[in-house]
Design a protein around this ligand. Structure first.
Ligand code: BTN
Length: 250
């Protein structure tokens, strides 16, 4: 059975599965605008125009899991932040459960395995007035590949979950587990049910570079506050970073 069939038959998940597209987030946004139901999924085996946060490209070669899910959140306050962090927690759990890999979360939207990024998350929200009309939750996982095939500029930062190809059964199991774990958080997301798990599984106590539009500086991660602000210590003492304001480099 192909991936779409396994997802539907075994897990009851409706997904459009493509070999290639520019960005599954683009597909999901078009479908959401046209009225597609919450939890509709879009999956590709490779993307030609994968997008990351802060306008960066997300390199999306063959063999990854590029997944976008349509959500219709019923709250507006910090929807993107809570959806992104809950998806990171759900993906972390699913990678452990399906592949036995103990990855860590890198604030705010990355998953790291053996020091390399194996997953990025991008939630994009369209507003109607002040309320979200829909959010597209995009999750890109470097499931399988060879370190030698990565472009030179990404070699030191990008990694893979597995070295050998991953079957459609495993891809379906991973997709289903991510959605199952995410749903547990999503039903009550405003109360931040994933906060403690996120804190416990986040990379901490590490030197980092904080990257802002106006430059960067070195600091150390101290922890996370209850609003998902990253607490860091730099030359000018302790400070808190907000989602959207900066990104960090390990
Ligand atoms: C990041 O690293 O900043 C986030 C990357 C998000 C990538 C996923 S792959 C599925 C979906 N389609 C996209 O174009 N982006 C997201």
């Amino acid at each position: 059975m192909a991936l779409g069939e396994i997802l539907f038959e075994k897990y009851g998940i409706s997904a459009s599965v493509l070999e290639q597209t520019d960005s599954t987030n683009n597909l999901a946004k078009a479908a959401a605008t046209a009225g597609a139901a919450e939890w509709s999924c879009f999956i590709a085996n490779r993307q030609t125009g994968g997008r990351g946060r802060t306008g960066k490209q997300f390199y999306s070669p063959e063999g990854g899991l590029y997944l976008s899910i349509i959500l219709r959140p019923r709250f507006s306050c910090e929807a993107n932040l809570l959806i992104t962090t809950a998806a990171a927690a759900a993906t972390k759990s699913a990678l452990l459960s399906v592949f036995g890999k103990n990855a860590q979360i890198k604030w705010v939207n990355d998953i790291i395995l053996d020091g390399k990024k194996v997953c990025g998350i991008l939630a994009e929200t369209a507003l109607m007035g002040n309320s979200p009309a829909y959010t597209v939750l995009g999750i890109g996982i470097n499931l399988s590949g060879n370190q030698n095939d990565i472009p030179d500029e990404l070699k030191s930062i990008m990694g893979f979950i597995e070295k050998t190809p991953v079957s459609d059964e495993q891809k379906a199991a991973l997709t289903a587990k991510i959605i199952e774990e995410f749903k547990k958080y999503y039903v009550n997301l405003e109360s931040k049910p994933h906060l403690n798990f996120y804190k416990e599984n986040m990379i901490c106590d590490r030197p980092i570079t904080v990257v802002r539009e106006d430059g960067g500086f070195n600091a150390k991660i101290l922890g996370l506050d209850d609003d998902f602000h990253l607490i860091i210590e730099g030359d000018s003492g302790e400070q808190k970073l907000s989602f959207g304001e900066v990104s960090i480099r390990l």
